[in-house]
Design a protein around this ligand. Structure first.
Ligand SMILES: [Zn+2]
Length: 67
């Protein structure tokens, strides 16, 4: 059962498409920024920033860390 106008609904996280499996995130700077962290895209092709909840998705066709 959904409640129209529920104020507790969280906005969807920002999704950033990347072309490499190593990404750096600093929150974009400004008031919402955070110390720069480096994230590795996992085997599922995406990783969430633990600071700002941005979701980095490996671009289709890009190669993850292949063995
Ligand atoms: Zn971040």
């Amino acid at each position: 059962m959904s409640m129209p106008g529920n104020p507790n609904v969280m906005p969807p996280p920002e999704v950033v498409t990347v072309e490499t499996d190593r990404v750096a995130c600093d929150g974009g700077g400004g008031a919402l920024g955070h110390p720069r962290v480096y994230l590795s895209v996992g085997a599922n092709g995406q990783v969430d920033c633990p600071y700002c909840d941005r979701r980095f998705v490996l671009k289709a066709g890009a190669h993850a860390a292949a063995h």
